[in-house]
Design a binder for this molecule. Structure first.
Ligand SMILES: [Zn+2]
Length: 319
């Protein structure tokens, strides 16, 4: 439940939202701003759920509507992420046109515009006009990293909520309090910013399977190096060919190798349940650093859409 995590980690936001919704003083536009290290997308979707859900004052996160918003599968929810391609005037006009028709779902209509600080000046002006003449039942949820790049007149029409990045420890503690095992919290907080994403991943079969594969790979790397390639080809790379899966696997392997290195300097390990096992592993620190660099290189190539399986073969020959 993201709600409970937000209540604990972003109490000011939570209380503001709760009092707006319980007093029926819901603003027609929200502007969420954050430093890096906050999963603002998760929070934007949470607000959208609050606007739609009939079950609780905020969102129940379990009903059909909440789930469809989570899956971005709710017809009256429009979404643009201006990260890779800036939001243009035509995107705003498209939303206006769609929303001028009657509601498909029979409830609020919501648009989420992320990275509004990357929108073109024309888009910002069109958006401003929309916000100046709010239509009942239509809500805007905007996000940005840099408020200085958003028109002040847009800012003044929104409820502005600033999110502070949680410290790594704060994030780990928050998800552990929600039942995630310490080791999984340590590992996943190094990969993801959002508590919701960490909890969901920790509870997924896929992650638990990839973690076992990563631990086997690490063991082979140190103790049965001759078998590393054949074991990897018959296990992990036989069953997992998707980019995201390989990426997560590589992260888990890399953190293990790093743990072994750190452990040799007397530092604590992210894989806290495997510290004893890792003590059996020895490697020249120089070679360990090279192996970590090989994995980082492979991750970068995956990001550039290289052929994953060829890349993994080449990576293993270099390890
Ligand atoms: Zn609900």
């Amino acid at each position: 439940m993201i709600k409970e995590v937000l209540q604990e980690t972003q109490p000011v936001f939570y209380q503001t939202l709760l009092s707006a919704f319980s007093q029926d003083k819901i603003p027609h536009a929200f502007l969420l701003t954050s430093q890096k290290g906050v999963d603002i997308h998760e929070i934007a979707l949470f607000i959208a759920k609050c606007l739609i859900c009939d079950q609780e004052v905020l969102a129940c996160e379990a009903c059909n509507d909440c789930r469809r918003i989570e899956e971005m599968n709710y017809i009256d929810l429009k979404y643009y992420n201006g990260k890779d391609e800036s939001i243009k005037k035509r995107h705003i006009e498209q939303i206006q046109e769609e929303f001028s028709k009657s509601s498909v779902e029979g409830k609020a209509k919501i648009y989420i515009l992320e990275n509004i600080d990357n929108a073109t000046p024309e888009a910002m002006n069109t958006l401003l006009k929309t916000l100046e003449e709010p239509v009942p039942g239509i809500y805007a949820i905007l996000t940005c990293e840099n408020m200085n790049r958003v028109l002040p007149t847009i800012i003044s029409r929104c409820m502005v909520i600033h999110f502070r990045a949680l410290s790594m420890k704060g994030l780990i503690d928050a998800v552990v309090a929600k039942g995630v095992k310490q080791e999984d919290a340590n590992l996943l907080a190094s990969i993801y910013d959002g508590a919701g994403k960490i909890i969901e991943t920790a509870n997924s079969e896929l992650y638990q399977e990839l973690k076992v594969e990563a631990l086997n790979f690490i063991e082979d790397y140190f103790l049965k190096h001759d078998n590393l390639i054949i074991n990897a080809q018959t296990h992990i790379f036989k069953n997992h060919k998707e980019k995201d899966e390989i990426n997560l696997f590589l992260d888990l392997v890399m953190m293990g190798l790093r743990d072994v290195l750190y452990q040799s300097y007397g530092l604590t390990t992210l894989y806290c349940d495997h510290a004893k096992q890792f003590e059996l592993y020895h490697q020249d620190p120089e070679r360990l650093i090279q192996a970590i660099e090989q994995i980082l290189y492979a991750k970068e190539q995956i990001r550039r859409n290289a052929n994953v399986l060829l890349l993994m073969d080449s990576m293993m020959y270099h390890l």
